[in-house]
Design a protein around this ligand. Sequence first.
Ligand code: HEM
Length: 214
Amino acid sequence: MPSLLANKWTKVPVFLICLMPLCALIWRTITGNLGANPVEFIQHATGDWTLRFLVFTLCITPLRKLLKLPDLIRFRRMLGLFAFFYACLHFLIYLGPDQSFNLAAIWKDVAKRPFITVGFTAFVLLIPLALTSTAGWIRRLGGRRWQMLHRLIYISAICGVIHYYWLVKSAVLRPLTYGSIVAVLLLWRLGDWFLRRRPTVSRKPVEAGLAPPA
Ligand code: HEM
């Protein structure tokens, strides 16, 4: 497994798997299999996949530490960019077929409907992350600042979950499931950060300050 993850070619099948939801949507469009309301179908499918890819991206760090598979990190950027890609499709469906590119109406909708406001926030937060995802930007910003910026993905995922929760009205099981996963991942991350910040306690009583030096 570790050698498979380290292999430069492994990214190719992962990339193709990430494209499968798009291929499925194209196939359904060609075969006229998008249900009674095709726009709504695509809107929902792209929204679902955005949230799923956000969760996949957030899972990478805990999994690589818990499973001791450091090379999993090689796939994090790709998964994050796919989250952004599906978010762009989701937003484009809203802009075009849903709102006919009527910018005034869109702006009114964003300001008036809380679930749209929070979805829009989730999307906007992903833009700087996608733009600075390259090695050049990591260098330019410096590792620490880059990491701080990229923590916005948690806020974006939380906004995505709220967006979904406010939209569904009664069938709250799925948004609550996503919410619980994001909460566990966030808590794990905070716990990891807290443990790493704690000064390591030496076992030797002298070094730990519990006994006077001889
Ligand atoms: C990271 C950003 C976003 C995420 C994770 C997200 C996620 C979702 C999810 C999961 C759904 C429901 C899918 C289902 O029912 O199966 C949805 C629906 C929807 N989203 Fe988003 N969304 C995001 C951004 C946006 C933005 C920017 C807009 C528009 C400004 C938007 C507008 C909508 C609309 C109109 C629906 C369908 C509402 C309906 O059926 O009445 N979303 N989104």
